[in-house]
Design a protein around this ligand. Structure first.
Ligand code: MIG
Length: 797
């Protein structure tokens, strides 16, 4: 991009050469293989259709060879054994599973898929499949006038991606993050369509450069791949949540993160010395601001050599890390892929001797310039290299480190193309492929090695990994932050749809740098951004070397008070958030959601980019512009209660709500039950009391499931968790609450439970676990409170 008007000189506009795509042509023959596969030969190429499940179909097109069934590392599922029925007609072949019908048109091969009701899910039009002389591959699909598109990983601009053309090419983009930038650090070539209230999804499993064009036509959209095969999965839906379940069955789910990963994190490029780190911790403690993690950016290293500490700046890292951990704070160091070319540096020596670095075809190592200067890059496509990288992490885990931050893993290189030479040939475990073919997989595989290494070394503790680059399935190993944003209100605004779409793309633990990374933040922006941060799944304040300081107290008392309040609020909401992360580990559903995930039929919300849901009962509507103390909030069907004022608002409408600087507008759906904890200095502090908030609805039985475990280990996988169901029924001023412990193999720290009932009168008849309660305290208008013991919960099981 040129940055003067020279770019638009009349004679300077060269038309981009259009390269025509040739169709794969007429069906010549087909064979059914096993129970779930159809192999098709066409005039100009080959297509395989593999049913993974009744509601998940994989289609692979290859113009040159019979399609390879090998998948990328993104895919964790093997096809299930299902029974297909195949019928041949004169001009088409019909393949049916229990939940879908696939119709293959023979003349100029085109594949369409219908759901159980006979409604089209995806329909190929125009050329169907095509390819061109550059071996680029394309697929044309029909666009419905009511299509809305979500997902695509980490993208700028608004929520609904209809009208956008998006490139998947992991890129280090320091600036600008604006609507023109269509490739950022992550590539998740997956999206969900919502059409007339029903949903389906497509995942194009190809780690080379891919492009999704939902812009150039209103009749069709296309996706293209620059190299490899056109290998994609169709998820039949029919609800948005089912699509996510289907997509994350293919690409995996995020295991429950360690609880400390969900607390408040403080970072800066860089906290440069042990003294600076200790001073920082002291400030948090003195000011009583909760804190769970501190990040060490590149200055902790000896000359930017990964797997090292600078001996002067950090003379005794082990002691520092242990002492901080004893006070409830984890230390997370940054690890970049670039290994400094230094013949006297053991990691470089090992890498060269062990054959671990990326190479050209002729065997010479690729070197590129990054922070440490000239560097070599581990070839993470090889399992040997990953094993080496895993083992290398003993350097960190032996020091007591349980969390790692992977940066620059697009990989970013300081040169014209900003990345590794595309001619590098990756080992790929004996199936060599160029960097051009595998680029988008590099950061994912670095994350895989890092996470698995830590997991092996942490003796049963859950590792935490934060990554900048990734590919579909990255959620199995890492959380994602959205890279180098700026302290602009516009970037606060953009973070909402970006994180919602990451959530729809299977990544539940994500968030932006709170306060903005580059540029100078200010008190009001940091206050509003921290309010939003209370509910972003990942909550870290991070800022750049040259920007003004951005710690919670940097802009004076007035702002510090508000920022502190919302960091504390995060800890109050943690039990609720934690339950949602556990749910996500099972269902793949995001914690932070666009409203369209819950209300796919509501026309007001297809592109609603400035408010979001946490779970299915909470709407959060942050303030995203300066000097703004009111805003419009849209509430979908049902009744909604203003969390702060208890005011009941009618859904299906827009409302103007008050939001003075100390208020983040939050709305709870009537019929919801919410569990909350208490303010504490970090997640390491024991929970002293559980708060159950009930927002009952007349003549309705509502149920909430609360989940808890030790927050640290994988013992939950063996059933060592706590789970209770809370039921509430309100009828004729009589409220019956039943708290039913379903599993108590893990015993929570808290015994005392305060139940707060919202929107009832003081004379309400209250029955809890079969017993009538008299000790009702009326808090204010319409709120009743009562205390019970966990030991009084009923147990059904
Ligand atoms: O080229 O390590 O996005 O969070 O502070 C800059 C220094 C390298 C980019 C990351 C940012 C980090 C910075 N890194």
């Amino acid at each position: 991009m040129q940055d003067t008007s020279f770019a638009i000189l009349p004679d300077n506009q060269h038309e981009s050469k259009k390269i025509d795509y040739k169709s794969i042509g007429r069906l010549v023959s087909y064979t059914a293989v096993g129970n779930n596969t159809l192999e098709i030969t066409c005039e100009n190429g080959f297509v395989s259709i593999i049913f993974y499940r009744d509601d998940i179909v994989r289609i692979v097109m290859n113009p040159k060879n019979k399609p390879s069934k090998k998948t990328s590392y993104a895919v964790v599922m093997e096809p299930e054994n299902i029974a297909l029925s195949i019928t041949e007609h004169v001009d088409e072949i019909v393949v049916s599973s229990n939940k879908s019908v696939l119709v293959i048109k023979k003349e100029m091969l085109k594949i369409s898929i219908y759901n159980e009701d006979g409604n089209p899910v995806v329909e190929e039009i125009e050329n169907g499949f095509g390819f061109n002389e550059n071996q680029e591959l394309i697929c044309y699909k029909k666009m419905d006038h009511d299509d809305h598109y979500y997902g695509f990983g980490e993208k700028t601009s608004f929520l609904d991606k209809r009208g956008e053309k998006m490139t998947m090419w992991n890129s280090d983009v320091y600036a600008p993050h604006n609507p023109e930038i269509d490739a950022l650090y992550q590539s998740i070539p997956y999206f969900m369509t919502i059409r007339h209230g029903k949903a389906h999804g497509i995942f194009l499993d190809n780690p080379s450069k891919t492009v999704f064009d939902m812009k150039s036509s209103t009749e069709s959209y296309t996706f293209t791949a620059e190299a490899g095969q056109l290998d994609y999965y169709v998820f039949i839906g029919p609800t948005p949540k089912e699509v996510l379940e289907q997509y994350t069955t293919i690409t995996g789910k995020m295991p429950i993160p360690p609880k400390w990963a969900l607390g408040y994190h403080q970072s800066r490029y860089s906290y440069k010395t042990e003294q600076e780190v200790r001073d920082l911790v002291r400030s948090f403690k003195e000011k009583e601001i909760p804190l769970d993690a501190i990040y060490l950016d590149i200055h902790y290293m000896d000359g930017y050599r990964v797997f090292s500490f600078d001996g002067e700046r950090f003379p005794n890292p082990q002691k520092l890390i242990q002492e901080l951990k004893d006070s409830g704070i984890h230390v997370v160091p940054i690890v970049d892929p670039g290994v400094k070319e230094d013949p006297e540096y053991s990691v470089y020596q090992e890498g060269v001797r062990g054959n671990h670095f990326c190479k050209y075809l002729d065997g010479t190592i690729f070197h590129g310039d990054v922070w440490p200067g000239n560097s070599a890059f581990p070839d993470f496509t090889s399992s040997n290299v990953r094993q080496w990288w895993k083992d290398s992490h003993k350097f960190y885990t032996n020091l007591g480190i349980e969390g790692i931050w992977n940066d620059m893993n697009e990989p970013a290189v300081f040169n014209e193309t900003k990345t590794m030479d595309l001619k590098v040939v990756h080992d790929n475990d004996g199936d060599p492929k160029t960097h051009r073919e595998l680029h988008n997989m590099y950061g994912f595989l670095m994350g895989k090695a890092t996470y698995e290494g830590m997991k092996e070394q942490l003796n049963g503790k859950r590792p935490f990994l934060l990554t900048r680059a990734g590919y579909a399935g990255v959620q199995r190993y890492a959380s994602v932050w959205t890279g180098d944003n700026r302290s602009f209100w516009e970037h606060l605004q953009m973070a909402l749809p970006m994180c919602m779409n990451l959530g729809v793309s299977g990544v539940p633990l994500c968030g932006p740098d709170v306060g903005g990374f580059a540029h100078d933040s200010n008190g009001q922006l940091l206050a509003r951004w921290t309010q939003f941060g209370t509910f972003t799944p990942y909550f870290r304040n991070h800022s750049e070397l040259k920007s003004v300081r951005q710690e919670p107290w940097s802009f004076g008392d007035k702002y510090e008070k508000i920022i502190k309040k919302y960091i504390q609020e995060r800890y109050v909401w943690l039990p609720y958030l934690y339950t949602l992360f556990q749910e996500s580990s099972v269902t793949g559903l995001p914690v932070m959601r666009p409203l369209v995930l819950e209300y796919p039929n509501d026309k007001h919300i297809f592109n609603l980019s400035d408010q979001f849901m946490i779970g299915c009962d909470l709407i959060v509507a942050p303030i995203l512009t300066p000097d703004t103390y009111q805003r419009v909030v849209y509430l979908p069907e049902g009744n909604w209660i203003n969390y702060w004022t208890e005011e009941m608002l009618q859904g299906g409408k827009h409302h103007l709500v008050e939001a003075p600087l100390e208020v983040l507008p939050i709305f709870v759906k009537q019929g919801a039950i919410i569990t909350q904890g208490t303010v504490k200095s970090s997640t390491e502090t024991k929970e002293s009391e559980m708060n159950i908030h009930v927002y009952p609805e007349e003549n309705k039985k509502v149920t909430y499931r609360h989940y808890e475990d030790d927050g640290k280990s994988f013992a939950y996988e063996d059933g060592k968790f706590f789970e209770c169901k809370i039921h509430a029924t309100l009828e004729n001023n009589r409220l019956e609450i039943i708290i039913d412990t379903e599993n108590e193999q893990y015993r929570p720290d808290w015994v005392n439970v305060v139940i707060t009932i919202h929107g009832v009168n003081s004379d309400v008849e209250l029955i809890i676990n079969g017993k009538k309660h008299k000790n009702i305290g009326l808090l204010t208008r319409n709120i009743v409170q009562v205390s019970v013991d966990r030991t009084n919960f009923v147990t059904n099981s």
